[in-house]
Design a binder for this molecule. Structure first.
Ligand SMILES: [Zn+2]
Length: 411
C-alpha cells in the first residue's frame, strides 16, 4: 500500500514538474511552444467583439450602401476615416461603372413566394448542389417591404451610373515589402435594409484586422493589404477594376531604389462575405430557426476550376488549421465551389479563397439565410451568437495571415 502511494506521489510530482507533457496532447504541446503561434495568439486577443459589433453598427448608419448613391460614397469616406484612425495608410481605386440599362428578366422570382420543399437535388452556382428544403431567394427592390420608415427614407436614392471609388489600406512588410496578402470584403449592399450581414459583417471583420495589425509593435515580414471593394452586388465590378488596373504593376519598385512598392506582388486573395448567420436549413413550412445553430461553422471555399486551384486548396486547409489553433468557438469547413464573390477575379492569378457563414452555392443559394438581400438584414436582427461567428472568422483569417506574413511583436 505504502509503496503504491509513493509511486502515486512520484507520478503526481512528475505531472506538476512538466504539466504539458501529461495534461496536453502532443499536437497541443508543439503548438504551445511555437513562438509564431504564441505571438499570433497574443495579437488575436486584441480582437474585440464589441468593437466588431460597433463597426457593423457604424456601417448600418448608411443604410444598404447601394453603389452609385450618396449613402455609398459616405460609407467609403467613413471606412477610410476609420482605417486612418487605426494607423493604416489608405489609398483609393477609381473606376467608372456605366452599364447599359438592365432589362427586367421575365419570370424573375419575387422573394416571398411559397417555399419549395421538393427534396430534389438541383445544380447550383459554382458547381454546387442544392439538397433538401430550398427557400426562394432574390433581391428586395420594393421599398414598401421595409417596415421602418427611417430606412425607407435613407435608402430612397436610386443608383446612378458614373465614377466610383473604393478604399484600401496597406501594412508594409519589414523584410518583403514587395509581396503581399490581400484581405478583402465588399462594402456595398442592397435590399432596403442596413446590409448588416451582407456585407457589414465582412467589412467590419477586415477593418478589425486592419486595426490590430496596425497597432504599434506589430510587424510582419510581408505586406498585407486590407481592401473594401465597391460594386460587388452588380457583378464584382470593383474587384475586377482593381485586377484590371493593378495586376500589371505587381512587384515594381516605384520610384526605383526607393524601397517602395505601390503594388506588391500578390501572394493570395482572401475574401469575406456574409459572416454571421448559420441557423441551418429552412424548415419545410418556410420558417427558420431564430438561434445560431450549435453546429455553426465558417465555410472556407476555393474554386476547383481556377488555374491556381491546387494552391488555393492548400491555402484553404491552412486556414482550417489556423481555425483549429486560434478560433475560440466555431470550427471551419473547406469546400471547393467558391463562387459569386470578389475573390473570383483573382483566382486565375493567385490562390484565392473566400470565408463565409455558409457555402455560397449549396447553402446560401438554396435559401438558408432569410436575411439575404432583404429588409430584415439590419443590425437588430442578429444576436451575440451570430456576431461571435464573425469574430471567429476574424480569428481564423487573422491567425492564418499572421503566420503567412511572418508576425513579430516588438516592444
Ligand atoms: Zn455579399
Amino acid at each position: 500500500m505504502g509503496k503504491r502511494l509513493t509511486v502515486g506521489v512520484a507520478a503526481l510530482l512528475a505531472l506538476c514538474a512538466a504539466p504539458d507533457t501529461i495534461a496536453q496532447q502532443p499536437g497541443d504541446r508543439q503548438a504551445a511552444r511555437d513562438p509564431q503561434d504564441e505571438m499570433t495568439r497574443k495579437l488575436l486577443t486584441r480582437l474585440d467583439l464589441e468593437k466588431f459589433k460597433a463597426t457593423i453598427k457604424g456601417l448600418a448608419q448608411f443604410g444598404d450602401r447601394r453603389q452609385g448613391t450618396e449613402r455609398n460614397r459616405k460609407a467609403v469616406d467613413w471606412i477610410e476615416t476609420q482605417l486612418r484612425s487605426h494607423g493604416c495608410a489608405t489609398e483609393r481605386l477609381r473606376y467608372v461603372y456605366d452599364p447599359p440599362p438592365r432589362a427586367t428578366r421575365p419570370g424573375e422570382r419575387t422573394p416571398f413566394e411559397p417555399v419549395i420543399a421538393s427534396g430534389d437535388v438541383r445544380l447550383g452556382p459554382g458547381g454546387s448542389r442544392y439538397r433538401g428544403i430550398q427557400r426562394p431567394t432574390g433581391v428586395n427592390t420594393d421599398p414598401s417591404a421595409q417596415s421602418d420608415a427611417r430606412l425607407r427614407e435613407l435608402n430612397a436614392e436610386p443608383a446612378a451610373n458614373g465614377p466610383r471609388e473604393e478604399v484600401y489600406c496597406t501594412k508594409v512588410g519589414t523584410t518583403r515589402p514587395d509581396e503581399m496578402y490581400i484581405v478583402g470584403a465588399h462594402m456595398d449592399g442592397h435590399g432596403w435594409g442596413e446590409a448588416a450581414n451582407d456585407n457589414g459583417s465582412g467589412t467590419a471583420l477586415v477593418m478589425e484586422l486592419a486595426r490590430i495589425f496596425s497597432m504599434p509593435g506589430v510587424q510582419t515580414g510581408r505586406s498585407i493589404r486590407f481592401a473594401l471593394w465597391n460594386n460587388e452586388e452588380t457583378g464584382l465590378n470593383g474587384a475586377r477594376a482593381y485586377v484590371e488596373q493593378r495586376a500589371g504593376l505587381q512587384g515594381k519598385e516605384e520610384p526605383p531604389g526607393s524601397g517602395r512598392y505601390p503594388e506588391p506582388k500578390w501572394l493570395a486573395m482572401v475574401q469575406h462575405d456574409m459572416m454571421l448567420w448559420d441557423h441551418g436549413m429552412p424548415r419545410a413550412d418556410g420558417t427558420w430557426s431564430k438561434e445560431q445553430r450549435p453546429e455553426a461553422d465558417i465555410n472556407v471555399e476555393f474554386q476547383s476550376t481556377a488555374s491556381r486551384a491546387d494552391e488555393a486548396m492548400k491555402l484553404a486547409f491552412f486556414f482550417r488549421t489556423a481555425n483549429e489553433k486560434f478560433a475560440s468557438d466555431y470550427p471551419a469547413a473547406v469546400g471547393h465551389h467558391m463562387t459569386n464573390t470578389d475573390s473570383t477575379p483573382f483566382m486565375d492569378f493567385v490562390p484565392a479563397i473566400s470565408l463565409r457563414e455558409n457555402e455560397r452555392g449549396m447553402h446560401t443559394g438554396a435559401g438558408w439565410n432569410p436575411t439575404w438581400h432583404q429588409p430584415i438584414d439590419v443590425y437588430s436582427t442578429f444576436s451575440d451568437k451570430d456576431f461571435r461567428l464573425g469574430l471567429n472568422a476574424a480569428q481564423t483569417t487573422g491567425g492564418a495571415i499572421a503566420l503567412l506574413a511572418g508576425i513579430k511583436l516588438v516592444d
